[in-house]
Design a protein around this ligand. Structure first.
Ligand code: 5AD
Ligand code: SF4
Length: 431
């Protein structure tokens, strides 16, 4: 049937954003177009996140808002997909019986059966060992930058993290499929690829590991920049650092979540590295790739985190001088080991620690950005904003606003004229 409309709302990480592109890929091959309002849709999809309680609350309040729509127009189908779908399963249907289908991340391909009206069971949260083999049609919104999934799932079981329970065990895609996909993107004018996985360093397809995959992608015509997220510090090998240095298209940026500066907390988190080991990896990265920018994730208020432990996180920020961080208050998640730990930290202490961390990092980021004033950087122009500024990123992943006339998709040598807290301002560099 042609001419139907879908509304999709995505919560969470880039992996989820990309899953939505794949859901939309299937739907557009089945005659659906995307609409911006649920009331205009025949199919409503929530692609959910479960990483923190707040993400689940946001989804539940969005879900509540479509309940009346379903009452008025009973042929609308409501699908809950993604990590919260996987985690809550049946409970979601008990809470909101107006949901038609619940699809975990391993089962999003079933959207095709839903729109063909031949899917009888409402809940699909079984692990799918073959997910990495499915070739999805993908509806990419960005014409310049593309996400590519290279590995699904996670085997790490960090004690705070729900992802191993929502996205199952690690499964790598075949390197042949990945390379074919990226070659096609290069032929179609894409300039940048971001390789996605909960832990890209664990990528393995026969004798192709992650550094070798980077080397192969580096040779693909048309693609100018290669990025990847996320790396686990324990698996960051010297071979990967060397591949980053030697592959000219791999950008000088790494997101390397530290989580905490105290070894006691890192142990309770089951991170499998000490702060000293993490520091050594940072030193190696900076030795081999002097221009590299390093960003990180920090959790504050993990169970049993004392003031002294927290000060170790602050000290780590001081010592490492990250280019930027994402920081979160610990949120206990179902099934995880940390949710059963004693020594809960109060909400007000968590809030204080979060603002302290963010304030301190802001000052570091700002002074690092100031140091870039006068420097010349390569910027990939990505979009134009409402104020007629062109917005792009440096290879080190810093956002630059440029007033000159440019074309989206071009790479321009840009002189940084001002370093602000969150962005840089630049102008075309005439050499
Ligand atoms: N509470 C708070 N933050 C969390 N993260 C993962 N699980 C939790 C949790 N239960 C953070 C980690 C991770 C990032 C994606 O989200 O810092 O690196
Ligand atoms: Fe992404 Fe994790 Fe949220 Fe799932 S739970 S959407 S993997 S951040």
């Amino acid at each position: 049937m042609k001419g139907r409309a879908v509304y999709i709302k995505t919560f969470g990480c880039q992996m989820n954003e990309h899953d939505s592109e794949r859901i939309l890929g299937i739907l557009s091959s089945n005659g659906f177009t995307e609409v911006e309002e649920p009331k205009k849709a025949d199919l409503i999809i929530f692609n959910t996140c479960a990483i923190r309680e707040k993400a689940e609350h946001k989804f539940l309040s969005n879900l509540g808002r479509v309940k009346n729509l379903k009452k008025r127009k009973s042929n609308i189908k409501i699908v809950v997909a993604g990590c919260s779908a996987q985690l809550q399963g049946e409970k979601l249907l008990n809470k909101a019986p107006y949901i038609d289908y619940v699809l975990g991340p391993d089962n999003i391909h079933l959207i095709e059966k839903i729109v063909e009206q031949d899917l009888s069971n409402k809940i699909h949260i079984e692990e799918n060992p073959l997910i990495a083999k499915i070739k999805f049609p993908i509806l990419r919104k960005d014409p310049i930058k593309a996400w590519i999934n290279i590995i699904y799932g996670c085997n790490n079981f960090c004690s705070y993290c729900v992802v191993p329970y929502t996205r199952g065990r690690e499964r790598s895609r075949s390197s042949k499929d990945i390379i074919e996909e990226i070659k096609l993107l290069g032929e179609n004018g894409y300039k940048e690829v971001t390789l996605l996985g909960q832990n890209v360093n664990s990528y393995k397809d026969d004798d192709i590991d992650f550094p070798r995959l980077l080397e192969a992608i580096d040779k693909i015509n048309g693609i100018e920049r290669i990025r990847f997220v996320t790396s686990h510090p324990k698996d960051l090998s010297i071979n990967l650092i060397k591949a980053m240095r030697d592959c000219s298209k791999v950008c000088e940026h790494i997101h390397l979540p530290l989580q905490a500066g105290s070894n006691k907390i890192l142990k309770l988190m089951n991170r499998k590295y000490s702060y000293e080991e993490y520091r050594e990896k940072i030193e190696l990265l900076r030795e081999y790739i002097p221009k590299i920018s390093i960003t990180s994730d920090i959790i504050v208020g993990f169970p049993q985190e004392t003031d002294e432990d927290f000060q170790k996180t602050m000290q780590a920020l001081e010592e490492i001088q990250f280019d930027g961080i994402f920081a979160f208050k610990f949120s206990p998640r179902p099934l995880t080991a940390a949710s059963r730990l004693s020594g809960t930290v109060s909400e007000s202490v968590k809030s204080d620690r979060l603002s302290e961390v963010l304030r301190f990092q802001d000052s570091i980021t700002e002074s690092k950005n100031k140091k870039l004033e006068g420097q010349v950087e390569e910027v990939l122009v990505e979009e134009k904003d409402e104020e007629d500024f062109y917005i792009g990123r440096t290879r080190t992943n810093k956002i630059v606003k440029i007033k000159d006339r440019l074309n989206i998709g071009e790479i321009v040598k840009t002189q940084i004229i001002k370093g602000n807290r969150h962005t840089l301002e630049g102008k075309i560099f005439a050499s």
